[in-house]
Ligand binder design. Structure first.
Ligand SMILES: NC(=O)NC(NC(N)=O)C(=O)[O-]
Ligand SMILES: [Zn+2]
Ligand SMILES: [Zn+2]
Length: 504
């Protein structure tokens, strides 16, 4: 060994240990964390000129430590103070609270050929969704008891890339069985969901207002909500004339599920929602109408209930805001859903209701199936399986269409994060605020892209999505779940480190 080597080796060793110290000092759990996150630090700053907070959009930085947001600093107050830590500078891209989708069907366990937790939550992460609440039906068996909820929790373990909570089912079988409902709620269901029309799923029969009344009285004790699919069939056969209506035409399907179905259900619901008023027998419970499509009488009735003091909210979905019945091509059963997509005038009224605050929030109602059930060859709207597949696209869809109506970033955060968090009882989620989970999505509002086969779509069956073929603006760059960078520009973290969310 010559003189030079003797001098250089210790120097190199010193350099290596210094590098090690500076690189790893912030991340003692680097090795486990590196599988959960594409950015292996547990203390860092996210910088952007457009950070959406409950106090407005600011230019500045969000400090993330472990799972939480520990500080938020405006640019003018930074003074170069951030140099000490790791920094991710997103420039002009929007930094927004991650979306919380309170209505998704991931069909796990039992019908994973339809979707499943791995593909569904990867699609969610790629779409900026950091939490989703899974519906109790389309999985097999349906989630209607503590035992069946346990099956869901087991199926989710190590298979979810975002946080996932679970609604339980309110069905005739458990509605009058307080012990069974209480066991389901004690096991962690965030609330209950029921149908006022056939759900299409054998082990998820429909409920009437007596079942719903019972359900609300139990939910009151737990202060959790009941979500209702509000349609009551009104003698549908009479809408179609023998041989006159082409089942390949969307207008035929539309005739079979008129707005009067939604109206009848909501009218019925209002007879029990009054129980949720302060001082009422179900005070503490809450009634949430899912996927409202009718912007007419149904909406007026809901407004009335709210003004009477009933604890009621309502969601609509991007497909009712993006599409209109007139545009749906013959045989294109990708667009079949219930309640149906109505005409363009109704769509306009839904936007008005959303902007004026009469619709409280948005959800995907991502409800896929296998392509075979969509009967694409036949194109029969009356026979095809219903449900829109959308999970990965809801943010760009809402933004692309909402822009024309002057939708703001704050409104997006309200409809997609803040209010859904409240519905699901998630106090630490739904806003970029100190102390909250670092659930964040970063996206570029002005970047346009086409939903074609070149785009990585993580849904199990991209071909059944009604959005394929459309052009959207608003591209998701990165998604953080409790501080883990779970998705970045077409890449997911290797491990599925989303957490199951159980009510306590
Ligand atoms: N069984 C279902 O998934 N139903 C869903 N289907 C839709 N929306 O077409 C729903 O939420 O009602
Ligand atoms: Zn429904
Ligand atoms: Zn649904």
């Amino acid at each position: 060994m010559d003189y030079l080597q003797l001098r250089v080796l210790p120097l190199l060793a010193l350099l290596a240990s210094l590098l090690y110290f500076f690189y790893f000092q912030d991340s003692p759990t680097l090795f486990e964390r590196s599988d959960c996150s594409l950015f292996p630090y547990n203390h860092y700053w996210i910088i952007s000129e457009s950070i959406v907070t409950p106090r407005g959009v600011i230019s500045g930085a969000v400090e993330v430590k472990e799972e939480k947001i520990v500080s938020i600093v405006k640019e003018e107050d930074c003074h170069g103070n951030l140099k000490r830590g790791q920094i991710i500078d997103y420039g002009e891209a929007v930094v927004m609270p991650g979306l919380i989708d309170v209505h998704a069907h991931l069909d796990d366990p039992g019908r994973t050929e339809w979707e499943g937790f791995p593909s569904g939550t990867r699609a969610a992460a790629a779409g900026g969704i950091t939490t989703l609440i899974d519906m109790p039906l389309n999985n097999l068996p349906s989630t209607v008891s503590a035992e069946t909820l346990k099956l869901k929790i087991d199926a989710a373990e190590k298979n979810i890339y975002v946080d996932v909570g679970f609604w339980g089912g309110l069905v005739p079988e458990n509605a009058f069985d307080a012990n069974s409902l209480e066991a389901l709620l004690s096991a962690g269901a965030l609330g209950l969901k029921s149908f006022m029309c056939p759900s299409g799923i054998n082990d998820f029969p429909m409920t009437n207002s007596s079942h719903i009344k019972e359900g609300l009285s139990i939910l009151a004790k737990y202060r959790r909500p009941l979500l209702v699919h509000a349609e009551i069939p009104q003698d549908s056969e009479s809408y179609l004339e023998d041989g006159e209506d082409d089942p390949r035409s969307y207008s035929t399907y539309l005739k079979t599920r008129p707005p009067s179905w939604e109206e009848a259900a909501i009218r019925e619901l209002l007879t029990v929602s009054q129980d949720t008023r302060i001082g009422g027998p179900a005070e503490g419970a809450h009634l949430h109408v899912v996927h409202l499509s009718d912007a007419g009488s149904s909406l007026q009735l809901l407004k009335q209930a709210k003004s009477n003091g009933d604890s009621v909210t309502v969601e609509t979905c991007p497909h009712y805001l993006a599409f209109s019945a007139e545009e749906i091509k013959d045989g294109d059963t990708r667009f079949k859903c219930a309640p149906p997509i109505r005409d363009a005038a109704n769509k306009e009224r839904l936007w008005t209701a959303l902007l004026e605050g009469d619709i409280d929030m948005l959800s995907s109602d991502h409800s896929p199936s296998v392509p075979d059930l969509k009967l694409f060859d036949e194109g029969n709207f009356l026979k095809a399986w219903g449900g829109i597949s959308s999970l990965q696209f809801v943010l760009p869809v809402t933004w692309s269409h909402g822009r024309q109506y002057g939708v703001t970033l704050e409104q997006l955060a309200l409809w997609w994060s803040e209010r859904p968090a409240k519905l699901a009882g998630q106090d630490l989620k739904g806003a970029i605020a100190v102390g909250n989970h670092a659930d964040i999505t970063v996206w570029e509002p002005n970047v346009e892209f086409e939903l074609n086969n070149d785009l990585p779509v993580y849904l199990k069956h991209p071909s059944i999505s009604a959005y394929m073929g459309s052009k959207l603006s608003g591209k998701v760059m990165a998604t953080f779940v409790r501080g883990n960078l779970v998705y970045k520009e077409g890449k997911h973290a290797p491990a599925a480190c989303g957490a199951p969310i159980l009510a306590t």
